[in-house]
Design a protein around this ligand. Structure first.
Ligand code: SF4
Ligand code: SF4
Length: 192
């Protein structure tokens, strides 16, 4: 996968970004990366990423904010923590990935308009806020309408086998006391 954006001039770099990186909870040591490559070699997803974790750390440290926040990498990270537990510099790379995702959301930056992962995450959260639970079949339909019906057709065989095995239901799932869920989420938001 190619990096979607490229900095051409040094003046396009964000001089504040490296310092901001260390304010991410878990990112305090982010600037101590020694580029050993352990994170990239151990990451099970790195082959699908446009910027490997090692390279992402170097780019973030050099102020390539635009490239880092537009990358697919921060969204593809599966939060397996393999990089974090093996980093010789004790950098919490997984937490840095979360921080970068939060920043991308705040700045309304996505690698592409129809990229499924953030759309799915948003739909998931909205459904939990409303019903306290998710109804997977509705979530899939919602996602398909947003990223394109063609994708729904591609997933049809999988959907059919899940339906047949009873692992996908169209019954709307929701908790009885939705006010409690709303109060919990409101308290969590207030304390964050
Ligand atoms: S494992 Fe740690 S020190 Fe090594 S490249 Fe990755 S972040 Fe840097
Ligand atoms: S936490 Fe993310 S970046 Fe780290 S190894 Fe797992 S998938 Fe890769």
């Amino acid at each position: 996968m190619q990096i979607s954006r490229k900095v051409k001039y040094e003046t396009e770099l964000d001089a504040q970004f490296p310092a901001w990186l260390t304010t991410i909870p878990g990112g305090e040591r982010a600037r101590e990366c020694m580029q050993c490559g352990t994170c990239s070699s151990i990451c099970p997803i790195s082959v699908y990423m446009d910027i490997t974790p090692r390279r992402l750390m170097a780019m973030a440290d050099a102020g390539f904010k635009d490239e880092v926040l537009h990358s697919f990498t921060i969204w593809l990270c599966a939060s397996c923590y393999a990089c974090t537990v093996n980093c010789p510099k004790d950098i919490k790379i997984t937490d840095v990935m979360y921080g970068l995702k939060r920043r991308a959301i705040e700045e309304k930056i996505l690698p592409s308009r129809r990229f499924a992962i953030p759309i799915l995450a948003r739909s998931f959260v909205n459904m939990v806020k409303k019903n306290g639970r998710t109804t997977e079949s509705r979530l899939v339909m919602m996602l398909a309408f947003k990223i394109g019906l063609f994708h729904l057709l591609k997933m049809a065989p999988l959907g059919w086998s899940l339906l047949r095995s009873g692992r996908l239901s169209f019954k709307k799932e929701r908790v009885q006391n939705r006010q409690q869920i709303k109060a919990m989420l409101k308290a969590a938001e207030a304390s964050s």
